[in-house]
Design a protein around this ligand. Structure first.
Ligand code: COA
Length: 155
């Protein structure tokens, strides 16, 4: 039977899997900065939401979003390779956007590797647009593209 996945806030016990998915899906070719300890700090931080999608106990994907005064910043976002292109990323992003809007955020910003055509297509599809690039952003290995989406004010 195919069961639906659930999107929830991460718990401390999720930190290791999230860190490993970050290492494998996002930080490849770079130092592993989002270690279990750092993810754990994000889970415990009041300025950060760590959202996960799980089905039958399996971590499908996650997103980490930090709050500023009036804008939020997606710092890390990935879906497990075998689960891509089935809407998990869209559902996670919608969850984060709704949460940011309820918190009164006016925009969400993020960076992606300039060569990451998949991420750029994904975020464009969800209303983000590119507004700048940051040379050498990823440990001088790769440039970043900066993207932003303005959020509609909550009624
Ligand atoms: C980017 C990523 C999170 C997308 O997650 P996903 O669950 O596959 O995304 P969805 O299935 O919700 O895709 C939604 C839409 O995004 C676009 N999209 C997603 N993957 C795409 C690809 N490989 N090529 C072109 N467009 C793509 C499409 O418009 C897609 O809609 P469609 O499938 O109806 O055509 C995922 O590919 C990933 O984890 N990549 C590695 C890590 C990464 O790059 N993270 C983001 C930068 S930190």
């Amino acid at each position: 039977m195919i069961t639906a996945y659930e999107i929830t806030l991460a718990q401390a016990a999720d930190a290791r899997e999230i860190a490993e998915l970050s290492r494998d899906a996002i930080e490849r070719g770079l130092s592993w900065r989002w270690t279990e300890r750092r993810v754990l700090r994000a889970i415990r931080s009041e300025e950060t939401n760590v959202a996960i999608a799980r089905r039958d106990g399996v971590l499908l994907g996650f997103g980490i979003m930090q709050y500023g005064d009036d804008e939020a910043h997606i710092v890390l976002f990935a879906v497990r390779a075998q689960q891509r292109r089935s809407g998990v990323g869209s559902a996670l992003l919608a969850w984060l956007e709704a949460t940011a809007a309820v918190a009164g955020m006016q925009a969400i910003r993020l960076e992606a590797r300039i060569g990451n055509a998949t991420a750029k297509a994904f975020y464009r599809r969800h209303g983000f647009s590119e507004y700048a690039s940051s040379p050498g952003y990823y440990e001088d290995v790769e440039d970043a593209v900066r993207m932003v989406k303005r959020l509609a004010a909550e009624p």
